[in-house]
Design a binder for this molecule. Sequence first.
Ligand SMILES: Cc1cc2nc3c(=O)[nH]c(=O)nc-3n(C[C@H](O)[C@H](O)[C@H](O)COP(=O)(O)OP(=O)(O)OC[C@H]3O[C@@H](n4cnc5c(N)ncnc54)[C@H](O)[C@@H]3O)c2cc1C
Length: 266
Amino acid sequence: MATNPRLMPEDPAMFTASVVRTERISPSFQRVTIASDELARFDWQGLDHWFRLFFPLAAQTELRLPDVQGRLWWKSYLAIPDEHRPHCSNYTVAGYRHLGDHAELDIDVVLHWHQGSLSGVAAWSVAAAPGSPVGILDQGVLFDPPQDTSDYLLVADESGLPAVRGILRDLPADAVGTAIIEVPAHGDVIEVDAPDGVAVHWVPREASGELAGAAALRALRAVEAPDQASYAFVVGESGLATEGRRTLHRAGLPKSRITFSGFWKA
Ligand SMILES: Cc1cc2nc3c(=O)[nH]c(=O)nc-3n(C[C@H](O)[C@H](O)[C@H](O)COP(=O)(O)OP(=O)(O)OC[C@H]3O[C@@H](n4cnc5c(N)ncnc54)[C@H](O)[C@@H]3O)c2cc1C
């Protein structure tokens, strides 16, 4: 029996907010903090709680959001004319704070350079001026351990670091297991608040030239075979997610005890 609802909320809510500040927190991460009165009603579940992030493209003067009816919003999003349709990508709640009658939410964005320049959310994250509008569509939590979980195996590349950091923070204090977190550089290794029984292995890629996720996959293959009652959460570049799941399943872990998600595709 699952302890957390695996799927998104039945009636996901859309919130509007504006950028408060943006700051570089490590070589490969930019933290964008957004805030609004509406966000005070965001039902933050902790763990890897994620959302769809909408913001206007550079040439757009206002934020046009899709209508949300139950779980349906995609058709309405596509129906927004090209010149008004906002950017949309998936992000994890890296931090959430109630401050009187409003709330702040942090988004930790991976800065991935392609031929020396940033695009998409990464470019927005460094350039977003205070007051810039955003929309947030609540999508709930993916982390879904069965109640009889004996130990946890968490595996991620940098795109999954905010998710794994949130899970480590919110696991029961007596939880045991292993977390493998691959990041682009040594400087991206941050303090995580993990239960004493969970060993956290950082895998900095540095200038190896390897595809993101390859080193995390090697580290996963080197850990002890999972127990029948283990639970695994594997997220990041799509090869890491699918190969990670295959590796664990071959090692004897039932597919029903593995949550995997390709967070992006190289
Ligand atoms: C549930 C969920 C939660 C997520 N949480 C976070 C989060 O908290 N922080 C975060 O940074 N990402 C997170 N991601 C991943 C994020 O949604 C993707 O990286 C997304 O592609 C970024 O959108 P974009 O529009 O900037 O790039 P896209 O337009 O999707 O891609 C543009 C180019 O950038 C490349 N690219 C995209 N992401 C990366 C990356 N991480 N590294 C290297 N190259 C990349 C693509 O291959 C493509 O060539 C999450 C994804 C999911 C599904």
